[in-house]
Design a protein around this ligand. Structure first.
Ligand code: MN
Length: 422
């Protein structure tokens, strides 16, 4: 395969997440307007698809053009991959070097261009249901060693099904949104009665998420071979977690208020089609899984995942380097398992991977693991140390794929932790 880094007539820097081969979808807001418009991005140029539609460039598609004037991508995605893939391929051709417009036309097209720094990205979808899996074997093992039994770190079910829980969608927010340190019940060490307090052990969770692009019927199941048709694309995902609140509340029904006060997504949905060159084989699954979880082909993705902690003074430290390919359970298995009982999925549903840790300690996807339950310190470049997040710390998850001549990335997935509200 011969991939060329940039063959667009729009300028793209060599280290950009958004070459012509990406064409992700998002929603942005003009600084002077209240409502959003659907967009794509090439290099640092955000391209207003509603303006391209107004100029007549999508007239041949016989599609409902009002979808580009919406505050979220759900109506566009609902048109189905037959339409959305055609739109994406059209944009790749339209902005390709083989189609350099003349000066007059270029001026017209450029009325849809915005510098990425001059606009505000909005939440790209109205999230329906949100499920969080627990699909990294290294993460599940680390947590099992810390909190249960090093000899039996994984629960007996773990290698037989992708464990998950139903989360909350109202507090899923777009990159750049600041989150207040949550308050709640925590159990001080050595005590048997809880106190009410701001969380003292605030953590991030390095995750990726996928967005459903096609609904299924109640009572039916999606097979592993059909699953790709139901996945529109992916996002970077930071599932902020208050470990002390979580620890006290989670038995017997699982995570609740320690998890649902804020999760952050990157603003651009990168399509599965753009990620196609980066498919890789996952880890061997032993023991063999039940037939409905078996699959053929390569279902993991080689997506580099960097976690950057930025202190209040603006000093950045990369505190983790992991990869999406470390997931034991792939997205197709997650979707097959989620629907095997007849549970239906809807456009805009969001499925997160669970913390993605790698096998080495610099690839752990949470502070819980990096500080090994608060027993180790993490050194930052400004000379300070962390076990968990301080007020005003920022976490940015940067997800990107790279091969010799191609780089496809997700942009920023950033949030700042503010002090607890008094
Ligand atoms: Mn999580």
């Amino acid at each position: 395969m011969n991939h060329i880094q940039n063959n667009s007539w729009i300028e793209v820097s060599i280290d950009s997440d958004f070459p012509l081969q990406n064409i992700p979808f998002g929603v942005f807001r003009h600084p002077v307007e209240k409502d959003g418009r659907c967009a794509t991005r090439i290099g640092d140029t955000v391209i207003d698809l509603s303006q391209l539609a107004s100029l007549g460039y999508f007239d041949a598609f016989e599609m409902d053009l009002s979808v580009f004037f919406e505050n979220h991508l759900n109506p566009f995605i609902e048109l189905g991959k037959e339409v959305t893939t055609k739109v994406r391929l059209f944009l790749i051709d339209f902005f390709g070097v083989q189609n350099i417009p003349d000066q007059d036309e270029r001026k017209m097209i450029e009325s849809s261009f915005f510098d990425a720094k001059s606009i505000e990205m909005m939440m790209p979808i109205r999230v329906g249901d949100y499920t969080d899996f627990y699909s990294s074997i290294d993460h599940a093992t680390n947590v099992g060693i810390m909190f249960r039994d090093p000899e039996n770190a994984l629960f007996p079910n773990w290698k037989h099904l992708p464990v998950g829980y139903h989360g909350r969608s109202s507090s899923i927010v777009v990159s750049g949104t600041k989150i207040h340190r949550p308050k709640g019940q925590i159990l001080p060490q050595g005590s048997t009665t809880p106190i009410f307090s701001p969380s003292r052990t605030m953590d991030f969770e390095l995750e990726m998420a996928f967005i459903i692009g096609k609904e299924s019927d109640l009572g039916s199941s999606i097979s592993t071979s059909e699953a790709d048709e139901y996945i529109f694309g992916m996002l970077a995902f930071n599932d902020l977690s208050a470990r002390d609140i979580q620890k006290w509340e989670y038995v017997p029904l699982g995570p609740f208020l320690g998890k649902n006060f804020g999760s952050v997504v990157s603003p651009w949905i990168v399509t599965l089609e753009a990620l196609e060159p980066f498919r890789v084989k996952g880890s061997n699954q032993e023991p063999q899984v039940l037939p409905y979880l078996q699959f053929t082909g390569m279902k993991n993705y080689d997506i580099h995942l960097d976690v950057i902690l930025e202190t209040q003074d603006g000093v950045e430290t990369v505190i983790s380097k992991s990869n999406h390919k470390y997931l034991y359970w792939n997205m197709c298995q997650q979707l097959a398992h989620h629907t095997i009982n007849g549970c239906n999925v809807r456009v805009g549903d969001l499925y997160a991977s669970g913390t993605i840790s790698g096998p080495t300690d610099e690839s752990y996807g949470s502070l819980l693991e990096l500080s090994w339950g608060g027993t180790k310190t993490i050194q930052l470049k400004d000379g300070t140390e962390r076990k968990f997040l301080n007020d005003f710390d920022q976490i940015n998850i940067h997800a990107y794929c790279k091969m010799e001549n191609l780089r496809i990335g997700f942009g920023e997935c950033r949030t700042q932790l503010l002090p607890a509200k008094i």
